[in-house]
Ligand binder design. Structure first.
Ligand SMILES: Nc1nc2c(ncn2[C@@H]2O[C@H](COP(=O)(O)OP(=O)(O)OP(=O)(O)O)[C@@H](O)[C@H]2O)c(=O)[nH]1
Ligand SMILES: [Mg+2]
Length: 239
């Protein structure tokens, strides 16, 4: 016979399952609203460089003629949106008021307030957290997990869902390699043991930050990857 603890646990699992099912329905609607825009959902622990990567990549893509919109997710502030506003692209800040992830309903509300009509690319920056955001489909085309080399080579093994569910891993802050004992080969080996299909790029935003200069060399391959995927999605939708 079930005791009251088991009954409570069962009820809680049922509520969680219903919430995830509802999330899937809204995520499908978001996907339809995104239309031809290619949508990337950036996940990482706090401070890995999600906003910095956007600050570095968006100007490059903009100068190549791509139209971009950004949805920012944060627990408390609109500090990241203010940084994106400097790039002169449409941006919307979701403040989750303590919730540790974005869900499809929050993104749906953001879409009511953001002009994505002409967007070729929509970047979503999730709340800094390697656990909760992995459970929620937002309707994106792919999740991108960012791991900076200051975080430890073992993180793919300790937080496997983020690496399993992502199509891309960015190993960021690669400029710090000379002063750290990080083992990039080990990070890759650990990540590929979780997801053998992960596309991996080594990135650095350092030369792009605060210099006014767009230095592309440590972002080139990832930028090309984005462009290829934007064109691929647009061509599939045209058919
Ligand atoms: N050296 C170096 N520092 C970086 C790089 N990318 C980001 N940073 C620094 O790392 C810190 C955090 O960067 P953010 O871009 O705010 O990180 P985030 O992932 O957006 O953080 P949350 O939104 O709080 O989760 C800042 O001080 C950045 O200047 C990089 O490639 N190299
Ligand atoms: Mg940020």
């Amino acid at each position: 016979m079930l005791n009251s603890n088991n009954r409570r646990a069962g009820r809680s699992l049922l509520i969680q399952r219903n919430a995830l099912e509802t999330n899937e329905v809204i995520a499908d609607k978001n996907k339809a609203l995104f239309g031809k825009a290619f949508v990337m959902n950036f996940l990482s622990s706090p401070g890995s460089g999600k906003t910095s990567l956007l600050e570095s990549i968006v100007p490059i893509l903009k100068s190549d003629g791509f139209k971009i919109a950004v949805i920012e997710g944060d627990v408390e502030t609109d500090l990241d949106k203010k940084r994106i506003d400097e790039l002169n692209v449409p941006a919307y800040q979701i403040i989750t008021n303590g919730t540790c992830h974005l869900d499809a309903k929050m993104v749906s509300a953001a879409l009511n307030n953001l002009d994505i009509k002409d967007a070729d690319i929509i970047f979503i920056e999730n709340v800094g957290n390697l656990v909760c955001p992995t459970s929620f489909n937002l309707g994106e085309d792919m999740k991108v997990v960012v791991l900076s080399i200051t975080e430890g080579d073992d993180k793919p093994l300790k937080y496997p869902a983020a690496f399993y569910k992502s199509k891309v891993m960015l190993i960021n802050k690669i400029d710090l390699l000379p002063v750290l004992d990080s083992d990039v080969a080990k990070i890759k080996e650990n990540a590929l043991s979780i997801n053998k299909d992960l596309a991996i790029f080594e990135t650095s935003c350092k030369n792009n930050l605060n210099s006014g200069e767009i230095k592309q060399d440590r972002l080139n391959d990832f930028v090309s990857f984005i462009k290829d995927n934007v064109n691929l999605k647009a061509s599939k939708i045209k058919k």
